[in-house]
Ligand binder design. Sequence first.
Ligand code: PLP
Length: 294
Amino acid sequence: MTKKSTPAAFKADTVLTHTGRKPREFHGFVNPPVVHASTILFPDTATMETGGQPYVYGRRGTPTTEALENALTEIEGAAGTKLANSGLNAIALACLSCLKSGDHVLIADTSYGPTRHFADTVLPKYNIAVEYYDPALAGDVKTLFKTNTAAVFTEAPGSLTFEMQDIPAIAAAARSIGATVLMDNTWASPRYCKPLELGVDLSIQAGTKYVVGHSDVMLGAISASEKAWPALDALHGAMGVHVAPDDVYLALRGLRTLSVRLERHMKNTLAVIDWLKTREEVAAIRYPALETDP
Ligand SMILES: *Cc1c(COP(=O)(O)O)cnc(C)c1O
């Protein structure tokens, strides 16, 4: 280790280790059980009628899904988190939770390709106007605002050219007109970027990538601010989204090693970059951590 740990870095890694765990509720076992469930029994009708039991039906949540949701909620500093069947599913749900017919949405031109495909093929069917913006605009994104602009969708670093965006400036501009701010936070991961602290309302994670980390699960997550949470929670329930317990468990396991894996990622990337610099056929290297990166 060349970098000295700051108290803040120490705290984040400690949180990654312990978050979402409730060993005292499961006989002291460190990890939550993998609960396979559909029907849930109630001891009597009164308990069912008064909501006196935390779980009501498998689709609506289990101790396993709740453990991952709680973990991501704590890491993101959110009001709540919902899991999705893939990163793209999380993007679609987040968009649909804050957009309605007649709205206009601004999407960063550098967004992940399938995000654009969803925006171009699904949103227009519901009379939602899609417009792409230059990620370099920062706060000047406001020059594109219309009276019906309801949301701004950001992604930084962006796919696949790694543009960074001034998220606080974009978020402040969007909030000044009451628009919801979304961010695809997959590339930075919740370990290195906390979108909600920067003014974002819906922080999206393709858990498939760094959180799961072993190329064996498709999973997405959306962490919401107080403002965005009720609509997300309602839409997620209405759409019947459910992630299978074994996949949720693998994501929880992946979370525990996120920090050490990302450190190695960075080290390896810098080594590859050193090699790329020696290659004649490489015209430019785009990597936000480089001092030469715009
Ligand atoms: C992979 C990816 C997604 C989509 O995640 P899936 O789980 O593959 O649907 C979204 N955004 C970014 C930046 C990604 O890299």
